[in-house]
Design a binder for this molecule. Sequence first.
Ligand code: CA
Length: 231
Amino acid sequence: MKKNLLGLGLMLMVCGIAQATIIETATIYCDADAGNYDATAYQSTTFGNGGGWNLVPNKHKKGFLHFDLSSLAGKTITSVQLMVTVNWTQSPVSNGYPVNVYTAAAAWDESTVDWIERMAGVNWTTAGGDLGTLVCSSGALGNSNGVKIIASGDETTNNILVQTVQNWANGGANYGFIIQNETVIASSQRAITDRETNPMATSLVVSYEIPEPATLGLLVSGVLFMMRKKK
Ligand SMILES: [Ca+2]
């Protein structure tokens, strides 16, 4: 009788724990970042390989960010935050300097991407950068230096960002993000620290669930081991 109660208790404990989802968080630093500029004299210049890159109003510059998500293959992603580091603000703006974050629709090369070409000898379809899906429009660079969240989402709020990163983790085509400011504000730049200057300046913070079958399997094994030991 005592043994049966013990077994029942353990079973309930296993079921209870198995239903509780375990969430872990990984910080992934960008493995490629660059910028470009549509001014005639700079259309063939690549920015962000040591000297930083920046954004200006009204889409005249874009930023390119890539993250390797392969370490999260098989994980169920529940939330994502994209963060960059602002190191210079030209002048304050009343709307907080919003940025739109898209997926890139084509591959680009960190050391050769510019306004015309996405890699040496290969033009963008649309000069400046081929935009994919808009994955966030609620981030901002603000009016001060420091780490800024330029995109965020979870399963209930802005799930498109979570789905995008999940797809990348699962091995889908990953051309990274393109970011730009789309509002007209005269003479107001924001400089972003590139990874060559600080490898931890730009990051993707990803929360994910621990796969339940593995957790349950470990728990059951542990319980069986304990019960055998008790005999
Ligand atoms: Ca770079």
